[in-house]
Design a protein around this ligand. Sequence first.
Ligand code: ATP
Ligand code: MG
Length: 447
Amino acid sequence: MRLSRYFLPVLKETPAEAQIVSHRLMLRAGMIKQASAGIYSWLPLGYKVLRRIEQIVHEEQVRAGHIPMLMPTLQSAELWRESGRYEDYGEEMLRIKDRHGRDMLYGPTNEELITDIFRAHVSSYKDLPLTLYHIQWKFRDEIRPRFGVMRGREFLMKDGYNFDIDKEAALHAYNRHLVSYLRTYERMGLQAIPMRADSGPIGGDDTHEFLVLAETGESEVFYDSQITDLRFGEREVDYDSVEECRAVLEEFTSRYARTDETHDETVFHEQVPEDRRRSARGIEVGQIFYFGTKYSDAMGAVVVNDKGERMPVHMGSHGIGVSRLLGAIIEASHDDKGIIWPEGVTPFHAGIVNLKQGDAAADTACEGLYNALVVKGLDPLYDDRSERAGAKFATMDLIGLPWRITVGPRGLEKGVVELTSRRTGESEELAPETAVDRLVQIYAGHL
Ligand code: ATP
Ligand code: MG
C-alpha cells in the first residue's frame, strides 16, 4: 500500500475522552472511530489488525479440530425463554421487536442458538465429539462502556461450543480449548495466564479466564509469580490425546492464579510462599467453561448412546475477545511514541520511508524494495508522501510497524538502506536485497 493512496486519518492531538493508552493510540493512529457509546467503526488500519487477529484465532481453532460456522447476530427470544435466560439476562441484553411484534434480541452469546441447531440434527453418540465455533459480533448493553474496544457494547467474539457424550469427554474438550488458547495468545505476542474464575450468567463449575497482566486491566488478580515463567512455545500437542492435553492443563493451572471473584486469602497464603505472592490487574481476553447438561436438559439436546439409552449431552462454551485483544496487545506493547505491533498481528509487515520524495534514485529504490517485498508475499506500507523525514518517522512510530526501511540519496550512494527495529530502535545499514531477505526470514513463521 502506498500511503498517499491510503486512508490513515492520524490525529495530532491526544483525544481528551480516552483514559487509557490503548484507546488513545487507537484513535490517534486512525484505527477506529466511535459511532456511538461503545460502538465503533473500524477504519482501514484497525480493520487490518482485527482481521489478522481473527485469522490466528481461526487457524488455531481449526488446528484443534474445531469446526467454523456462522450464526446470526439477531436471535429469537423464544429459545432464550426455553433456557430460562430471557428473564435472567437483565438489562445487558438488547431487546428488539420486529414489525410483527415478535420479541428478538441482539445476541450477547450463543448457547441457545447452537443447542437448537444441535438438537435438530444430532441424535446419536456416533456424531460426537463435536465442537462448533464462530467469530461473530455480540451486543451487551454494558452499563459503563469504556476504554475503547476494551469494553464495547458491540464487540467481536470467537465463541465455541463442545458437545460430548459424558463429563470425561467434555473435560477433554475443555483441556483442548485451554491448549489452543495458549497457542493463540502466544502467536499474538501475548502472555495470557489461565486463572480460576467465576462462571457468572453462563453457569457451571469449571471455568478459567485468560488474563493479560496490565495496570489498566479491569480485573484484580492474585497469583504465584512462578506462573509468569511458563511458556507454551513451539511444542506440538496431539489434540486427540487426552493425556497430552491434560498435562498442559496441569502445567498451566496447578499454581495459584485466581481472579478476585474466586480468590481465597487463606489458600493463597497456604499455597504460595510470601516472596512469590503477587496481586495485580489484568485484562480478560478469553474464558473457557464446562457447564455439563445445563442447556441440554433445558432444551432437550439428547443423544442415544451405545447401549441405546437417551442421554443429555455434556457441553462447554469457550470465548475469545477478538476485538478486545487489539486493546490488550497495545496495552502490553507500546512506548511513548506509539504502538509496537508484534510481528504476528502487525497491519503491515514493514514501512518504507523515502527521505527525499522526487529524487529519482530514492524513488526508484523505494519502488524496487516495495515490489521485491510484495513478490515475497509481504505487505509493506510505503510512505511516498512529500513530507519531512521527521513527520514520516513519527507516523511510522505511531502506527507501530515492527520494521522500517529508510531510503535516502546519501545511503544509496553507498549502496545501502537502513533497517530499523521499532522495538529496540536499533538500525542496520544493508544492501536493499539483504534488507528484503532479512524481512522474509523474520516473517517466515508468521505468513
Ligand atoms: P467481562 O467480565 O469483561 O464483562 P465476560 O466474562 O462477561 O467479560 P465472556 O462471556 O467470558 O465475557 O466473553 C468472552 C470474552 O469476550 C471475554 O473474555 C472478553 O475478552 C470478551 N468481552 C466480553 N465482554 C466484552 C465487551 N463488553 N467488550 C469487548 N470484549 C468483551
Ligand atoms: Mg468472561
